[in-house]
Write a protein that binds this ligand. Structure first.
Ligand code: PLP
Length: 390
């Protein structure tokens, strides 16, 4: 059967091949340690599990409005006020099937075929796909280690052309686990505003930060508007540990709501209904306390890995302060290195090529979404592997 041109453009996740190999080794009984995983190793908070079970038992399983449950939109609006002291009306919040659907709706609503969208390199691999699905051309802006792999306005404006429609970036970012400074964020949104372009800011790892309080671009800009053409993306996947429930949200200018609603109606009808009812439990004191405890555990793991990796022969060139990733230099070609590391030391880390067009072959990503015991064992194996003793 003939494939579409878009189908041919879509790139696979190269990492999945490595994970398949890791799975095969595990079937053979090898004690593989996964430092490859992009989701919390904790189960969904018990409070949310209970709410989910209750939602199903109460038959809350029919379609909801396409923009999401009004109660949940209201709860997210309150969360912005209580946590970030920023007023975001519930009417500007759209609940989506994960950050993934929010990114897709944003790109479909904002990009015209042939327009360019600036993306950071390294960055989340699917972003280019969302841009391409809207007919846009992803244009990669290489970020520097000395800026913690986050762009400045100067970096972005150097890539600006008359076809540039806007910018899509993430803070904190995947694979780097680093954030934009408030100053850089201000300069970037100011520059984009002057250009009359759009900014899509993905804040999916927002509350998983370890050195500074969690921040939002909305604290700099206020709620998006005609004057501030901004879309903010977020999710219940990471901080709330609900990856499989497929629930996220976006904050949009009011003028964008009707088009986002049309895309939501047509593409998914509504987000998962029981998941939306369960998500209401995320904003209780009890759940937030569980998430805070987990954030502290991630912080301890981050501290351990940042200290231990260089001693095990892995150079770090940036300071990861968020998410659960460390982006580091591989001792040799990262593809070959990750493959050998898996085959000989049974440690599964990810080569950089999914995340970076420019330096993917040099860099690799470690995820510390694993127990301290496993991280400790992984570091010992890494040290032996890098010393040539395993
Ligand atoms: C930066 C970034 N944005 C979006 C997503 C998609 O997340 P979700 O599970 O909310 O669709 C991910 C998933 O890893 C991510 O790392």
């Amino acid at each position: 059967m003939k494939q579409s041109d878009l189908g041919k453009l879509i790139q696979p996740f190269h990492v999945m091949e490595l994970v398949k190999q890791a799975d095969a080794l595990e079937v053979q009984g090898k004690p593989v340690i996964h430092l490859s995983i992009g989701e919390p190793d904790f189960p969904m908070p018990e409070t949310v599990q209970i709410a989910l079970t209750k939602a199903v038992a109460d038959n809350k399983t029919r379609y909801t409005p396409a923009l999401g449950l009004p109660e949940l939109r209201e709860a997210i609006s309150n969360y912005y006020m209580t946590t970030f002291k920023v007023r975001v009306p519930a009417t500007q919040i759209v609940v989506t099937s994960g950050a993934s659907a929010a990114l897709m709706y944003a790109c479909l609503a904002l990009i015209n075929p042939g327009q360019e969208v600036l993306l950071t390199d390294p960055g989340y691999p699917c972003n280019k796909t969302f841009v391409q699905m809207a007919g846009g051309n992803p244009c990669f802006v290489q970020t520097q280690e000395c800026q913690n792999f986050q762009p400045s306005w100067a970096d972005l404006s150097n890539h600006w052309t008359n076809r540039t429609a806007g910018v899509l970036l993430a803070s904190p970012n995947n694979p780097t686990g680093t954030q934009l400074t408030t100053t850089a964020m201000k300069e970037i949104v100011g520059g984009i505003q002057t250009q009359g372009a759009f900014a899509i800011v993905d804040e999916i790892y927002q509350s998983l930060c370890y050195d500074l309080p969690a921040q939002s671009v909305l604290q700099v800009t206020g709620a998006p508007s005609e004057q501030m053409p901004l879309v903010v993306i977020n999710s219940f996947s990471k901080y709330f540990g609900m990856t499989g429930l497929r629930l996220g949200w976006m904050v949009v200018p009011e003028s964008l709501l009707p088009v986002i609603e049309r895309f939501a109606q047509n593409l998914s009808i509504c987000p998962n209904t029981p998941a939306q009812w369960a998500a209401l439990a995320c904003f209780t004191q009890e759940t937030l306390a569980i998430c805070e405890e987990r954030r502290q555990i991630f912080k301890a793991r981050r501290n351990f890995m940042v200290e231990a990796l260089p001693k095990a022969g892995i150079e770090l060139h940036s300071t990861p302060d968020s998410a659960f990733y460390i982006y580091a230099k591989a001792p040799f070609d990262s593809d070959a290195y990750c493959r050998e590391l898996l085959e000989k030391a049974w440690v599964c880390a990810v080569p950089g090529k999914d995340f970076s067009q420019h330096r993917g072959h040099e860099m690799m990503r470690f995820s510390y979404a694993n127990s301290m015991e496993s991280l400790d064992e992984a570091i010992q194996r890494l040290r032996q592997f890098n010393n040539g003793t395993c």
